[in-house]
Each structure stands twice: as structure tokens, then as C-alpha cells.
Design a protein around this ligand. Structure first.
Ligand code: F0G
Length: 360
């Protein structure tokens, strides 16, 4: 379905606000099902078909299921989706339905869905399409290879990715190391991984346990794509982190929401989980790990229309529910652009325009 070859955008406004002039976004949300999953899914679904399976399945926070459903349909395979009830965005759920999957919303979280699926594939002839599938990882390497081609094989200083189940960071890290071995690049970019504070098992693994163990947790974040407490690929991601010399950071819910609005204000936009990259970058700049003169690539993993609910709530000022608005930063309020409801009257529109002009 013409996956891959996604655009690399210069983030002009974010470059100004962060002070990193060479700040770019590789937008994997511009794939056919609007997330980074497609490059791996096309390979793994093809493998399922080649091996003669009738059914494929995944547990998902939404994007894997959207992608799997589409590629299964294209390959005339039946597909089973296990998703946590009430905790995935409508955009993603609607895709699975539209592409014809059997969609089961389980009363548990992503980790609970994964547990059940692991038992199920042992009992039934179903091909597992989660990112533990090695073909998924091989396909997802494409993002890094394309990126280097877009940069004329000049390695950037930093690549920043969100961390959930940690398949993507593993894939990108593997691609970077392989490109160095093949002498396609002459040095490795540092690959840094960012998690939400409420879903930070990998951050804790690195900062509290020195990478020796990963303690599963009950995850909670409004960035539902990365609401994962027991990431399958943590050991592979740790290898990528160590091979490239990157860092792991965690960011708060407010920091995620602000970063998402800032990427939106650059005319690019992304889903909440992707915005952890910009929020994390700000921390990496503060700690001195990223320097203003360096080149930084944010991997934006999902399209803004995946989760418009989040965006609308943010701009209306009710994203954080009961949280008093005063306790949120001034920055958050200045980024909010609530819709203005007016009478169908020219004068009212002119007045709104003039008020906006005065406030800009
Ligand atoms: N960003 C988005 C938009 C995602 O959907 C995911 C993961 C991630 C980042 C994290 O990537 O898991 O490779 O570390 N989504 C999976 C799913 C888990 O089911 O759609 P990861």
C-alpha cells in the first residue's frame, strides 16, 4: 500500500523555542494506516500468508491493530484484535472495524491482552503479529534507513523515539548498527527513548536497576498508545541504547500535552504518544546531553487524527478533568486555541479577528 518514504519536516517553531536549529521530524504517521506500524506489518503479514496461516492476531493499544487489520485484509487473511476496553482512541478502534477484524475489547489493560494472546496462539493455529515477531522488527528498520538516505548518509547527532512495548527503538537501533557495519554511515547517532511518567518501566529499569531487571507496573497515561507496563522488547531496546550511547527520559502528562500542541502549531501535528519526543528533547537539552548546535530527529509515530479527542479536550481546557486549570503552566494556556462560538454575524467574526490580532 505504498508504505514508507515518509516525509522529513524541519520543525521551524519548535527549533526556535528549543534553540536547536537543526530540529527535524520523521513523520511515520504519514503511512497508509497513519502510524509507524505499517513498514513492519507489510513484511510480517506477508510472512503469515506465505506460511499458509488463515488467522493473524495481535494485542494492541490501537495502532498495531489498525495496521494489522488493513494488511490482513489486503492479504485475504482473517484477523483477531485484542484491545483494552475504553483505553484506545476512536480513530484506531474505527480502523480495525472498518478493515474487518474480529475486534475483542477485553476488560484489562494492554499487558493483560498480551498475556491472553500468548496463551491463545499456543492453543490455536494463529500467527502472532505483535512486535516480538522478528519480521515486524526487520520491516520497521526502514524508518532509520530512509532517514539516513534523506540526510545524504550524514548521521544526525540524535534520534529521539517514544518507548512503549519497545519494538520501534529496537528496530531503529538495529538498523543504525547494521548501517555502520555496512559502512553506509561513518558514525552512530545517539538513540534516546522517552516514556510517559505513568508508564515508565524502562526508565526505571535503566535509572533504578542499572538495566539489570525490568519491574512490570500498572501503567497510566493519556498517551494511550504507550500505556504499557511490561514491555516485551526491553532487552533489545537496552542493547540499542547502549550501542548508540543514548539516554532514557520520562515526561509528565502536562509536558506531553504542551509538546503535542507545539508540534501542532508547527503545522505538522502528531498523536500524543509521538509528542513525548519533543517533551523529552527539552529535558535532554536542559541536562546538556543535547547541544543547540547538534542535529536532532524526532520520530513521530502517529498521525494527529488518530486521537482528535485528546486535541479537542486540550484546546477546550478540560484534558486534565478535575485538575484545576491554575495548577497547569502558563505555557499550556497560551497554547490553547478553543473554538469560538458566534452568531452568524459579520460583525461578530470581525470582532473575533480583531481580538485575536490584539492578543498575538
Ligand atoms: N507511538 C505510537 C503512536 C504507538 O502506537 C506506539 C506503540 C508507540 C509509540 C511505542 O512504540 O511499542 O514500539 O515502543 N503502539 C503499540 C500498539 C503498542 O499496539 O499500537 P513501541
Amino acid at each position: 500500500m505504498a508504505e514508507g518514504n515518509t516525509p522529513l519536516y524541519h520543525l521551524q517553531r519548535c527549533a526556535r523555542t528549543t534553540g536547536v536549529e537543526n530540529l527535524f521530524a520523521k513523520h511515520q504517521g504519514m503511512n497508509p494506516t497513519a502510524s509507524f506500524k505499517d513498514t513492519g506489518m507489510t513484511v510480517a503479514a506477508s510472512a503469515a500468508r506465505q506460511e499458509g496461516f488463515r488467522w493473524v492476531a495481535c494485542a494492541s493499544t490501537g495502532n498495531t491493530s489498525a495496521s494489522m487489520s488493513a494488511y490482513a485484509a489486503r492479504g485475504s487473511l482473517r484477523s483477531l484484535v485484542l484491545i483494552p476496553e475504553g483505553k484506545i482512541s476512536w480513530g484506531k478502534l474505527s480502523q480495525a472495524l472498518d478493515y474487518g477484524s474480529l475486534t475483542c475489547q477485553l476488560r484489562t489493560d494492554f499487558d493483560g491482552c498480551m498475556r491472553i494472546l500468548n496463551h491463545l496462539v499456543r492453543r490455536k493455529p494463529i500467527y502472532l503479529l505483535n512486535s516480538v515477531n522478528p519480521y515486524r522488527i526487520e520491516g520497521q528498520k526502514t524508518a532509520a534507513i530512509e532517514l539516513l538516505e534523506q540526510l545524504n548518509w550524514e548521521a544526525p547527532d540524535h534520534i529521539v523515539v517514544p518507548g512503549g512495548n519497545l519494538g520501534n527503538s529496537s528496530a531503529i537501533g538495529k538498523a543504525l548498527v547494521e548501517m555502520l557495519e555496512l559502512k553506509l554511515i561513518s558514525r552512530l547517532p545517539k538513540l534516546s527513548i522517552i516514556q510517559a511518567e505513568g508508564a515508565n518501566p524502562f526508565y526505571r529499569c535503566v535509572h533504578e536497576f542499572g538495566g539489570k531487571k525490568l519491574e512490570p507496573m500498572a501503567a497510566e497515561t493519556l498517551a494511550t498508545a504507550i500505556r504499557i507496563g511490561n514491555p516485551a522488547s526491553w532487552k533489545k531496546a537496552l542493547r540499542a541504547l547502549r550501542a548508540t550511547g543514548g539516554q532514557v527520559e520520562q515526561v509528565s502528562e502536562v509536558e506531553i500535552a504542551e509538546a503535542k500542541a507545539e508540534i501542532g502549531a508547527d503545522g505538522v501535528g502528531c498523536e500524543p504518544a509521538s509528542a513525548v519526543t519533543l517533551a523529552g528533547l527539552k529535558k535532554l537539552i536542559s541536562s546538556g546531553f543535547v547541544k543547540p548546535g547538534e542535529t536532532v530527529i524526532l520520530i513521530l509515530t502517529g498521525h494527529p487524527l488518530k486521537d482528535p479527542d485528546f486535541t479537542i479536550k486540550f484546546h477546550r481546557g478540560d484534558l486534565f478533568g478535575e485538575t484545576p486549570r491554575e495548577s497547569l503552566g502558563r505555557q499550556t494556556k497560551s497554547l490553547q486555541r478553543a473554538p469560538v462560538v458566534l452568531d452568524a454575524d459579520l460583525g461578530a467574526v470581525v470582532a473575533a479577528l480583531e481580538a485575536a490580532e490584539r492578543n498575538s
